[in-house]
Every structure is written in C-alpha cells, then in structure tokens.
Design a protein around this ligand. Structure first.
Ligand code: ATP
Ligand code: MG
Length: 437
C-alpha cells in the first residue's frame, strides 16, 4: 500500500524564541572557555556549587526585590500542575546560592568561596547579546566583610580577561553605601525627580515612590539628562563606606587595574550595598556589560538566614564569547588525532578493539561507519578522513590485518613516512599520533 507521505509529514518543531542551540564547532569554544574558568577558580580557591534550575518563586521576589525589571516582567514563573507550587526558572543564581548556603549551613565554620556556571532564564526581547535562555558564570564569596574580597573578585575577573585575551573591557565602580545612607539619598532622589516629572516615563513615575533608585538604571534616552543631574549616592556615604571603597580602589591600583567611578551605576537588583561594579565594552552595541556584581551584605538575612556579608559577580557567557569573536579570538584548535578508514565490514571488530585501546591511551579517534550497503569506497572514506581535520588516517585494510598491522598515514604534514604499526599493541605507538605528546 502506498501512503501519501507528503500529507503525513510531521510539522517541524523549532527551539523556543530567544533560546539557542549551541552547536559544534562553536560549542568547542564554550568548552574551552569553561575549562579556563575552572582552572582560574581553583587558582583563587573558589569551589563549584550546583543549584537547581527551578526554585520557589518567593526566593526571587524576596531576594531581588519586587520592584525590579526581573521580578516585574522577566521571570518564567508557573504553577506546578500537580501540587500548585509557585515555581520560577532561575533568572540569576545569587539568590539560589544564598538559599543553598543558608539551607545547608555552609558558613558554620567561616566563609565560603563558590562559583557556578549554567543557564538562566529571562523573558526579554531577544536581540544580539540578549536572549531568553542565556548562560552565566558567577563567583560568590560569602561570610567575608572586607573590601579586599571585593577586590579579589574583581582581580579574578581581570585575570580571566587576560587569560582568554580579551582587551577591550573597562571597569566601572560605584558604592551604594549602607541602608541608612541610602535612605537619606532616597529622599533627595525623590525630590529631584519630582522636579523633573515631565521627562519621566510611566514606569519611572510608578517606581518613583516605590523604588526610586531603579530610575537611575533606566535606559530611556529621554530620562538620561535628569539621571545625570540626580543627587549622587557617593555624596551621602559615611566614613566607613568611604573607607570600604578606598580599600577596594587601592588594591586595584596596586595591581595596575584601571577603573572609573560611575556614580550612576546602581545595578538591577535591590540586594546590593557598598561596592557595585560592571565590566563594560563598547563593542557589543547596547548590550555592553559582560560581567557585573557587587556586595550584598543583607541578602542572607532577607532570605531567612543568619546575617552574613557577601560579595559576587556574574558574567554573561554569550557576551564574552561574542566579544572574543569580535577580536578574532573565537577559534579553538582541538583537531582529531586520527580517522579510522575501514574498507570491509568484517574488519570492524578488530579495528574497534584497536581504536578502543588508542582512546584508552588518550588518542582522539573517530571512525568511518557502515550503511546497509556495507562500507563506502576507500576514496570516499579518505575524503571524509580529510574533511574531519584528523592528522592521521588509520587504514584497517585486509592486507594489513592479515599481517597483524594497521597503516598509519599522515593526512596533513608532508615528509612523514607511511608506516604499518602492530594492530594488537596500540599502546606502543599511541603517543606518535598525539600532537601534544
Ligand atoms: P542588562 O542591563 O544588560 O539587562 P543586567 O543588569 O540585567 O544586564 P545581570 O542581572 O547583572 O544583568 O547579569 C549579569 C550579566 O549577565 C550581564 O552583565 C550580562 O552580561 C548577562 N546577561 C544578563 N541578561 C542577559 C540576557 N538576557 N542575555 C544574555 N546575557 C545576559
Ligand atoms: Mg537586564
């Protein structure tokens, strides 16, 4: 019976808007970057933490603040169909890390330095450098109050830029002071914007008395003049807050780290106090912030734990990699060592036994595979071997196998003689295939 296949064709599915597949070869850049980050974190004594992607909605509402962009309009929140729980796909990880630290009493014998990497979710308008699922790498130092830890985190980010070769980033710093200082600034801020009501958009008007600091974070061009002229939190800082900022800046200067003080830098969440900072580039359009963070000494308490100071940052992996691409540094060379050419199906068991031992010895090998018609011609197998980027072809031909050997043929470099190696003792010659051996 002949069926109408066209009519039965299944509708194609695609990824959710703003959520990307990360495919080879680009995924190799991701892996390499993540590996560099892991090494660096270890060097600074930061340990890995992995928290769930789904959290109770209340964690973010309480942690980030009700009147923030994320909580007001960007969260993927839903009700669990089975038990009605209010859940949210994490829009960031600081609140989750703090929850986990409190839940497991991780600070029982002193401070903890932690890092994480993984996907975050925000319902924003997708554009270059702004996605609905994106990836952050974050570092959090919890239980430490000194400004030297703020500086350590900033130096760690700088070390990462250096490690990966990123040059075009500028560091901006500010201090948000302490709650009492903010309260005084708040009154001055409200009074200032009340005098400038005509330029405020609807959102700003609504937020003015709820959370006036948020107005400084507005991207509305019409409001920039009023934002420029607004009273600066820096002018409301007391002695201790100033001293904290001085500690940070003097350590940065001693390390040759350039920075500028941006009195209008306030960050998007309510949990920050004292130091806030952003690493910014001009190369990615308006999505120029690649890493941002600050101190959040009151979040632990707000989430229901014992009060403890903390500081951290999060970087947008997509933006960092995009910037590397701008600088022409996006390729990573990790070619295959060898491609197995297997002329006959009957050779597969012996060939794969040999390949397995090569892999055990650290050689990167892929192999040609069969179709229902058997193995392809030598010519087309060699074509594939060439296209794979492998440095060597391993030929498991009947003549070689008969004498217990496999032919090793260089595919790229000239002047390397073709040799037959012992099939049953791959460990003896595995090293000769490895570029870094
Ligand atoms: P922006 O002002 O660009 O919206 P943000 O203040 O909301 O950034 P944070 O919450 O501080 O960003 O997140 C830290 C970093 O994560 C940002 O500096 C950025 O590099 C990255 N990031 C934030 N939102 C997105 C997104 N939607 N897509 C890609 N990267 C993002
Ligand atoms: Mg945002």
């Amino acid at each position: 019976m002949v069926e109408n296949t066209a009519a039965r064709r299944v509708e194609k599915l695609s990824a959710v808007k703003g959520m990307n597949d990360i495919l080879p070869p680009e995924s190799a850049r991701w892996e390499a970057f993540e590996a560099q980050v892991r090494v660096l974190m270890r060097r600074f004594g930061y340990e890995n933490i992995r928290t769930p992607i789904v959290e109770p909605t209340a964690l973010f509402v309480r942690g980030l603040g009700e009147v923030t962009d994320i909580v007001e309009k960007e969260m993927y929140s839903f009700e669990d169909r089975l038990n009605g729980e209010a859940l949210t796909l994490r829009p960031e990880s600081t609140a989750s890390v703090v929850r986990a630290v409190v839940e497991h009493s991780l600070l029982y014998n002193g401070g903890k330095r932690l890092y994480y990497m993984g996907p975050m979710f925000r319902h924003e308008r997708p554009q270059r450098g702004r996605y609905r699922q994106f990836h952050q790498i974050g570092a959090e130092a919890l239980g430490f109050s000194g400004g030297e830890v703020d500086a350590e985190l900033i130096l760690m980010a700088c070390a990462l830029w250096k490690e990966i070769g990123l040059t075009d980033v500028a560091l901006q710093l500010n201090s948000l002071g302490q709650p009492s200082e903010r309260l005084q600034h708040r009154s001055a801020l409200i009074a200032h914007f009340e005098r400038n009501m005509d330029v405020l958009d609807e959102e700003a008007k609504r937020r003015l008395h709820l959370n006036p600091l948020r107005l400084l974070d507005s991207k509305n061009p019409a409001m920039q003049g009023a934002i420029e002229a607004a009273p600066k939190l820096l002018d409301f800082l007391g002695e201790a807050s100033r001293a904290h900022l001085d500690t940070v800046t003097s350590i940065l200067s001693a390390n040759g780290v350039a920075f500028s003080i941006n009195p209008r830098l306030v960050r998007g969440m309510d949990y920050y106090n004292l130091t806030v900072f952003e690493f910014v580039t001009t190369k990615l359009g308006s999505q120029g912030t690649i890493c941002a963070g600050g101190r959040y000494d009151y979040l632990m308490e707000q989430i229901g734990g014992k009060p403890a100071p903390a500081v951290g940052w999060a970087m947008g992996v997509e933006r960092v990699l995009e910037l590397l691409k701008e600088q022409g540094l996006d390729t990573v060379g990790a070619p295959l060592d060898a491609y197995a050419v297997i002329p006959e199906v009957s050779a597969l068991p012996r060939a794969m036994a040999c390949i397995q031992q090569l892999r055990d010895a650290g050689v990167c090998v892929t192999m040609h595979t069969s179709t229902p018609d058997g193995m392809a011609s030598m010519k087309s197998q060699f074509k594939k071997a060439d296209a794979s980027g492998a440095r060597y072809a391993l030929v498991f031909g009947p003549e070689e196998l008969a004498q217990g050997g496999v032919t090793v043929k260089a595919l790229r470099e000239t002047g390397i003689p073709q040799v037959i190696q012992p099939l049953d003792h791959p460990a003896q010659w595995a090293k000769s295939l490895q570029s870094n051996a």
